[in-house]
Design a binder for this molecule. Sequence first.
Ligand code: SAH
Length: 542
Amino acid sequence: MKGKLWVIGFGPGSFDHITKRAQEAIEDSDCVIGYKTYIQLIEGLLSGQEIISTGMSEEVSRAQAAVKLAEQGRKVAVISSGDAGVYGMAGLVYEVLVEKGWKEDTGVAVEVVPGISAINSCASRLGAPVMHDACTISLSDHLTPWELIAKRIEAAAAADFVVSLYNPKSGRRTKQIVEAQKILLRYRSPETPVGLVKSAYRDREHVVITTLKDMLEHEIGMLTTVIIGNASTFLYDNKMITPRGYQRKYTLDKEEQRLKPAERLKPENEPWALHAGDHHETSSSSATPASRPLDWASQALQAVTQDGYESQSHVAYAQSQGQEQAPIFELAVSPGVANKNLTSQQLLTIAQVVGEQGQMSYTPDHHLLLQIPTHNPDDITEALEREGLILTPVGDVFQLKACDFCEGEKKDAIPYAEEIQEKLGGIDLPKELKLGFNGCGMACYGAVNDDIGIVYRKGAFDLFLGGKTVGRTAHPGQIVAEGVSPEDIVNIVEQIILEYKERGHPNERFHKFFKRVQSIQGFPYRDVTPKLDIEPAACGED
Ligand code: SAH
């Protein structure tokens, strides 16, 4: 007779929250295997079964014993708290079976009985914090390298997941929760609501609602689950609530709705959605700077904030917390194509729009990089453009780097540089591309070292393609044409860039693209890579 193996999640710990199926399985079993405390929790369901209970860290021997007994024909119940498939016994039991070559058709019968996991039971005690995309992360690094755990916290924090931390702390593991808080604070407001639930639905249940900055001032232990809200989670009457997004379309305190049912799915009423015909691929997509993802996000955000997006309580929360998360608007600013001089007024305006919360840094390409938290990027771009500054998006776009044409004294080529900037500045490309434009044969701004280089000389232009701008195997571009006439240069450059935009693979740098396609706009590729036998070195290596 073949045995049976149940792996049962019995929920948070109270009888009311154990499923009927879990109760039946425990009743039908003739042997129950589990961690001591868990056996005590379900004692009321036992009716003379053999009990095999071991300590906390003996999961492997418990799983092996369970498989062995089932193979002897016994009906075995392995119990886990919460759900057996969430940091519970289900996976381990299967792994032990796999090691033995178990097959569903011929081996012992296995049934995983689902239970209410801590993320669900604890959330219910806090209000409704897990209403949106959420993840669970265990801070236990006994079986998982801490580096990987930290990476996952960082990814979840950056992507605005509600995060539920299991195994946050134990007698010996005390630093993990401190590190986790640090990582989260890099991405989330210190005022982000946090719920700490200890022993949900058990005798010593304890619930605390606090904030990301203050969470460590409260008791956190082995029996605590920590739930961290996302950027829109708010507190209301000591409840933690994460809005699903209904406020975007509904007025929740009115019966009469602004949008009729048939209107709710119209593209104009959900500008944030992915509609048929939209092209949301990132860098390699067609289009002007206006269709970059950041702009979509800002447009969507603007549309919803104008429309009573923030429910009363959310506004109250934001006010009571004295701050509100705003997306970061990023752009590069320079005084002009040929002009490298910033006026005091321009600097004052830049300082004003950057404000206390924003950041500015100087780039190697003569740009000021601005990162400004704002809901209204248009106000910023208008103010900067009014000062005559040139604005370019950041990322995989076209950027023109021109020299200062000897303070404007060698000015013959300036109009061509300006025309190229006007036509192509900021367009999306497979990878960032810099075009160096120098106004005389000295080429002292190093145009020949850029992805594309243009040097004005004797009334005409020399064209360089495929410089490798960085790395230990950096090299200049190869000269593909000398003496290109001023009437032709803008058009030729435009065609080269459009061909790269069209045919380049996502993330493929221009020099690699040139090598792969072997010819761009009729200019043949020649291998000018230095023949060096040197070890490759990745970014960040010393
Ligand atoms: N299988 C379990 C998780 C086991 S890992 C489940 O699905 O819930 C152990 C961790 O789960 C604990 O450190 C704690 O973070 C969480 N946990 C389990 N039961 C809990 C309860 N009743 N109240 C609060 N947290 C609980």
